[in-house]
Design a protein around this ligand. Structure first.
Ligand SMILES: NC(=O)c1ccc[n+]([C@@H]2O[C@H](COP(=O)([O-])OP(=O)(O)OC[C@H]3O[C@@H](n4cnc5c(N)ncnc54)[C@H](O)[C@@H]3O)[C@@H](O)[C@H]2O)c1
Length: 449
């Protein structure tokens, strides 16, 4: 019988003990956890449903784009919206009624009102694009009230929370999905197709990350509601936004589908850029200029997979630089890198990737590109929303399941712990409890539209 308290204490002690002990005792993976969790890991399928009723929480920069997408996707209806700012629920209400749907129920009287929405509303899915600290509690409230849960990027900030999401999804038989749009970007999808077709030979190494000069947005009093993201940067030092990198790389490397992330080490540079920027833009006496920035300007995570591949995942958001996700895959027959411009090589020189993009365009991208035109981030945001809604309607396992969601998110707490301990190796929990060993196709290989 599972005892959540014992299990969490066990996990906490195991994590603190680090890789050495973990390797010796199988802590954080395999049989040790299997005996402590009451339900079995599974690739959850559910009863097909024609119409999904959706409650949307957090209608800010990204949430607004998702609401717009959902209004265009067949078989779903947003019947409830929740945001602590009435300006945002008003905006969503107008978008929904302008699109010809009935007015949604509105929630948001306080920061916990999503709980009332989850308890009171007849919904199939609760989808949130709220600040990070709410992702786990919103997903838990949804599942415990019989709804599927989806979260815009990282689904949790602690290893305990990630286990609780897995446990709750298994117990309630509800999906718990981390939406990661970068899995659906065009070049990455073509590369996934090339990998499956053997163009890279045996895959050995990947590089990825989130490298985006966010300084202006981070110090803005209005860009992120309540400056929630500044708060993250000033309290945590590690890889705070790994999923844009590790998501697509996880798909390329069959993580949870024949391979698994085994352990990581992480180091951060000094934190200088955000502070200098605040002083420059706001003056040395400004409150933000006097606040210590916790997160190093460049954080690097180095990962080894159980089947012997290596991955570098970077986080770099405080320095002047062009946008990049550093996407690179390398195998015995070739190498591709996406930034600063997409190139491929099977020898000593680089070739333009365009020829490969045309030849290996992913069938899902081909099938979706018309529908996705004009949507956020070059169309990939629409594709991710369409795929999630359609999978749930069909009753099949979504492309990104609870195990992908938690293992990708786990890079945050594990990198923070590693940085805190001078780059100490951290075992990455096997949330699948051994299910990763079974090769399994990606959703994007199994069905088109
Ligand atoms: N995938 C991408 O390309 C991408 C791009 C931008 C943001 N994001 C992600 O989207 C999420 C939201 O980021 P954002 O930039 O839209 O932030 P934001 O601050 O613009 O939006 C957050 C919204 O949540 C609301 N909110 C805050 N607390 C709430 C609560 N307790 N209950 C209900 N509503 C609440 C806020 O009022 C705000 O409208 C984050 O996870 C972020 O990392 C992803």
């Amino acid at each position: 019988m599972s005892n959540p308290v014992d299990r969490r204490q066990f996990l906490r002690h195991s994590a603190a003990a680090g890789l050495g002990v973990a390797l010796g005792t199988m802590a954080l993976n395999g049989c040790a956890n299997a005996s402590m969790i009451s339900t079995k890991p599974s690739h959850l399928t559910t009863k097909p449903k024609d119409l999904l009723k959706v409650g949307f929480v957090g209608i800010g920069n990204m949430g607004t784009g998702h609401v717009r997408n959902l209004l265009k996707i067949e078989g779903c209806q947003i019947t409830a919206v929740c945001d602590i700012r009435s300006s945002q629920t008003d905006k969503a209400k107008k978008m929904i009624t302008d699109a010809g749907f009935p007015e949604p129920k509105v929630y948001g009287k306080d920061e916990d009102d999503y709980k009332r929405m989850c308890a009171n509303e007849d919904l199939d899915l609760v989808y949130n694009a709220a600040p990070w600290r709410y992702h786990t509690p919103i997903c838990l409230a949804a599942m415990k009230n019989g709804k599927h849960a989806a979260s815009e990027v990282n689904i949790g900030l602690t290893v305990d929370d990630l286990w609780e999401l897995v446990e709750t999804s298994e117990k309630t038989q509800k999906h718990c999905i981390m939406q990661e749009n970068c899995c659906y970007d065009r070049a990455e999808m073509a590369v996934m197709n090339m990998i499956k077709k053997g163009v890279f030979g045996e895959l050995l190494h990947g590089e990825c990350g989130y490298l985006h000069d966010l300084r202006g947005m981070l110090i803005s009093p209005t860009y992120y509601q309540g400056m929630w993201r500044w708060h993250q940067e000033t309290t945590l030092n590690g890889s705070l936004y790994p999923t844009h990198g590790i998501g697509p790389m996880g798909w390329c490397m069959d993580i949870n589908r024949g391979d698994a992330l085994d352990y990581l080490v992480s180091v951060s540079s000094n934190a200088r850029g955000l502070h200098e920027y605040a002083v420059d833009k706001l003056g040395a006496d400004h409150e933000l200029s006097k606040t210590d920035v916790a997160c190093g300007d460049v954080n690097t995570v180095l990962i080894k997979t159980k089947m012997g591949k290596t991955i570098i995942c970077k986080h770099d958001t405080h320095l002047p630089r062009p946008y990049s996700r550093d996407f690179l895959v390398q195998g015995t027959k070739g190498i591709m890198r996406k930034y600063p411009s997409a190139k491929m090589s099977t020898g000593h020189g680089w070739e333009d990737f365009k020829k490969f993009q045309d030849e290996y365009e992913h069938p899902v991208w081909k099938a979706m590109q018309e529908k996705a035109k004009g949507a956020g981030h070059g169309g990939m945001d629409f594709i991710e929303d369409y795929r999630m809604i359609t999978a749930i309607r069909k009753g099949i396992t979504p492309d990104i399941d609870v195990y992908d969601s938690v293992v990708w998110s786990s890079l945050i707490p594990l990198s923070v712990e590693s940085v805190k301990n001078n780059g100490k190796p951290m075992k990455i929990p096997d949330f699948t409890r051994g299910m990763w060993k079974k090769p399994r196709k990606l959703g994007i290989e199994e069905w088109l539209v």
